[in-house]
Ligand binder design. Structure first.
Ligand SMILES: Nc1ncnc2c1ncn2[C@@H]1O[C@H](COP(=O)(O)OP(=O)(O)OP(=O)(O)O)[C@@H](O)[C@H]1O
Length: 261
């Protein structure tokens, strides 16, 4: 396994027509840790996520993964550097089987060219078998080992979200970006997904950045947390530290939180 590099975000600034959605934000994600980005509505979480994955351009600042500068690179180049992401809304092909959906995640790791694959050459068949084995392992890892031959769209919502997570893992990333991984889930599905995410960190050792509204999940799962409000970083630290930070309480509850009762 190659060493997982640290993610270093420095002075990250994003502007939309006069609105500063991210204002000189700094944070660091140590290798093999879970880092949550939280904040009230409109704080800049999705913007941050979209800059990390290359969907939005930063006005200034830097995002470095080890020695690689990610700012300015298009999404596919960032993905090629080992950054995988999931989406807030389901993005699996609904009629493809879970196995085939996960195989799509291995596209960038596929060596055999189209011609060899099209001709069904032995080398192409061997490679496909290797990828299918890895897909099976990853599906088992997230608890979908029995669902490989089912159409992804026929699974319950929580299982479809896990299949997306599995597809991202199929890229063998060193950094996984999760956009609200438990949004819309039942309590059971949330628990199961949180356990899978903790397992990804603990067993695969990769780094995870997640944007999430569910505070219970954030507090249980994250090693470190960055809190944004109106595009600025207002707190950064362990879940316990940021939870008790007066600026964070104020941001979530409004100015009234400061008034003596
Ligand atoms: N593509 C865009 N064009 C213009 N303004 C945008 C764009 N994307 C986000 N914004 C603005 O940037 C600010 C931050 O938005 P962002 O979606 O990043 O916040 P958020 O913390 O993810 O909010 P939520 O929790 O509601 O998803 C908001 O004022 C939003 O209206």
């Amino acid at each position: 396994m190659t060493a997982v590099p640290a993610l270093e975000v420095t002075g990250l600034t994003v502007r939309f027509a006069g609105l500063t959605a991210l204002d000189a934000v700094d944070f660091r994600v140590a290798p093999g840790t879970v880092h949550a980005v939280i904040g009230p509505n409109g704080a800049g979480k999705s913007t941050c996520f979209n800059v990390l994955s290359g969907v939005y351009r930063a006005a200034s600042g830097s995002v470095r993964l080890g020695d690689e500068e990610l700012t300015g690179l298009p999404p596919h180049r960032i993905a090629a550097l080992g950054v995988a992401r999931t989406f807030q809304n389901l993005a699996l092909p609904p009629t493809a089987t879970v196995a085939d959906s996960l195989l799509l995640g291995r596209h960038r790791l596929t060596r055999t060219g189209f011609v060899a694959a099209g001709l069904r050459l032995p080398s192409a068949l061997r490679e496909e078998r290797r990828h299918r084995e890895r897909v099976r392992e990853i599906a088992q890892f997230v608890g979908l080992g029995d669902a490989l031959d089912r159409p992804a769209g026929s699974l319950p919502y929580g299982a479809q979200k896990l299949a997306e997570l599995a597809r991202a893992l199929c890229m063998e990333p060193s950094l996984l970006l999760l956009d609200e991984p438990v949004a819309g889930m039942t309590a059971d599905e949330r628990r199961r997904t949180a356990a899978v995410i903790a397992g990804v960190r603990d067993s695969l050792g990769i780094s995870i950045v997640l944007v999430e509204h569910d505070m219970g999940v954030v507090m249980r799962l994250a090693d470190t947390v960055t809190v944004l409000d109106f595009g600025r970083r207002i707190a950064d630290g362990t879940p316990a530290a940021v939870q008790n930070d007066p600026a964070v309480v104020r941001a979530y509850l409004g100015e009234d939180a400061e008034e003596p009762s």
